[in-house]
Design a binder for this molecule. Sequence first.
Ligand code: NCD
Ligand code: ZN
Length: 347
Amino acid sequence: MTHSLTLRRPDDWHLHLRDGAMLQGVLPETARHFARAIIMPNLVPPVVTGAQASAYRDRILAALPAGAAFEPLMTLYLTETTDAADVAAAHASGLVKAVKLYPAGATTNSHGGVHDVDKVMPVLEKMAEIGLPLCVHGEVTTPEVDIFDREAVFIDTVLDPLRRRLPGLRVVMEHITTQDGVDYALSGGPDLAATITTHHLIINRNHILVGGIKPHYYCLPVAKRERHRLALRAAATSGAGRFFLGTDSAPHVDAAKEQACGCAGCFTATNTMPLLAHVFEEDTALDRLEAFTSLNGPAFYRLPANDSQLRLVKHDTPQIWPEKIYTEAGPVTVFNPDYPVHWAVEA
Ligand code: NCD
Ligand code: ZN
């Protein structure tokens, strides 16, 4: 039996493209299926100013395969010295669609992030005034807090106080991984949304640790217990407008993942759409996949949904995709759910 499903073309509301040879190697994987993506600014050095975002956007466009229609939606990396006027100008010109808050030290290339929210209040106040969303990496970095509790503690001690202090601020809780994240997202009004990754709908912490350590399942925020994965599944497949796809596809070369101190990040750009079709079908929610991948995100970001379409087909036989993407920077392993997937994007 062959099923098929035609969706408005999806967007990815949280993506790492990197730069140079890695950008060149991974960009086609996203541009093949997605019309737009929110591009994370955690380069080395980070994308802090409007001028840096503009130059990075030019490098992304230059790296696009001929004929590809893909629009990078740029973000700025918030620092304690970010200039509110520069942020406002980058937004007014249409270049920048969000600002990213990384608590200092929370994840890959986040040492330049924010230690003290008080120091960035002038920028956040300006963002609230102009309606520019803040994308939040929601984990505390306090060494005493267990890594599996860092999201819940962040919500209680940082995010909720901030939102009470600045009620007009539009916030995206990035890559939520817990029931607590789902509950908090649901507790807010129209100015609060949350992205969910593909891999957090598929793996729990056992997948990382049972039977040997699996570096390609290690990302931040780290996958949690099964009950949290099920809460994310229920949220994503509910169709609720405040939840949408942000893959957090985060390429690292295999040598950087498969070592004594491996980097965090799962690379899902290549197979996200087939994996999501599988997940949503399992939860009898295929009719809500389009809301999650193609409608809820643009609505929150106040952008039109895409006009073009993407067709997914369910085949009788398991579908295959490359095990690795061979970039000039080195091989990048594609996320493998470790079960057969019959869905594919029709070329
Ligand atoms: C991301 C990366 O590699 O840049 N890694 C990850 O595990 N998600 C950073 C991030 O989004 O936390
Ligand atoms: Zn990320």
